[in-house]
Design a protein around this ligand. Sequence first.
Ligand SMILES: Nc1ncnc2c1ncn2[C@@H]1O[C@H](COP(=O)(O)OP(=O)(O)O)[C@@H](O)[C@H]1O
Ligand SMILES: [Mg+2]
Length: 404
Amino acid sequence: MTDRPKRRSPAASSGRSRRPAVNPPAAAAAGEASQPFTSVSDRFFRQLVLGMRNGVLAVTRDGRMAAMNEVAYRILDIAPRPDDLGRELSDVLSSQPDIVRILSAAFDLAHLPNRAELRLKPSGKVIGYTLSRILDDKGQPEGAAVFFKDLTLVEQMEERERLRDRLAALGEMAAAIAHEVKNPLAGIEVMAGLLRRRIPDVPDAQSLLNDIISEVKIANAIVLEVLEFVRPIRLQVERTSIAQVLHDAVTMAERKVNRGGVNVTMNIQEQLPLFQADHYQLCQLFANLVINGLEALDGKGTIAITAAQGVEYQEPAAMPGGRDPAATLVVDVVDDGPGLTPEIAERIFNPFYTTKPQGSGLGLAIVRKIVDAHDGHIDLTTALGQGTRFRVTLPMNAGEDWLQ
Ligand SMILES: Nc1ncnc2c1ncn2[C@@H]1O[C@H](COP(=O)(O)OP(=O)(O)O)[C@@H](O)[C@H]1O
Ligand SMILES: [Mg+2]
């Protein structure tokens, strides 16, 4: 349901096969490989282990925490405490019992898993991990360590690639059909119009012909949307003001759907810099979100649009030192409408998925395509009866343009 790839990183795009090997440091921590380095201090080994760009977590035989690096805290969503070292691991990781279980099992397993995967609760993050035992001088296990990496981004990228392949095939077919259907539709509309003029005195026929013409118009709008969806995006990038984009988008949306009593509010952080983007495409994107909001609200409620600057941490493996914040633009489109069940929410970005009698199901597919083309991502938060929030995060790649 969420779609958060990006900041193209070599590690993320190289797929799973090249996950960093974590065995050497594990061996070093175990003391086995330490002979060649006898001149190196304990502090050196500590830094070696804790400074790894994977999550590192070690436990002693009696279940106390022996090491946990910053990446591990971050991936596991745990706030570090100064007295964590030496605490019962099950206390420190009370929110992650699965990790505690895996580490305890490391003392008993005959073969330790290399490159296993685990989905963390409740965040849903997927981690890839390797286990190792830490041996004392007699070769007895005195501790166990787990080395892990957040694979969520990799997983999502793979999923997106599969989707892209499916869309490419679907898109070609849809484009061909849309093209074929467009001309006969135009013909029907013109002929119905002619007929309407020929028989001005037959009210029954007039009303039927009006119905035919309005149905044709709906079909035509769907065909146009299909063509819009399948057309490859070529971005016309220019220095763009997000405030202008959002104003234009709301105007565009209100031209398509009657606002009724819906209150549309806009709250845009002051002094937002201009950024490089395709103004027209972004208008389409936000207009589609506002249109959906208006349709969901059906004449009553509020759509709140906010825009602010944000910061995003890149995928850890891609950045030296672990963090490389990139400036982003975060735009929320929030409505207090009916919201969605998780089952529906999972499908709404699929092309042709619609719950509306006359919907095309392409609005959000187009939204996603435009977001992708801008190297951004879109997240959905919704629950039945709780309204819906679409959060679009766009990279602010024109960092030097700090102009209003
Ligand atoms: N703000 C929203 N509130 C509730 N449901 C929404 C909202 N936005 C989208 N949806 C759901 O997602 C579906 C797909 O939306 P979309 O791709 O724009 O196609 P369409 O609007 O033609 O149905 C909609 O039919 C609706 O069920
Ligand atoms: Mg729509």
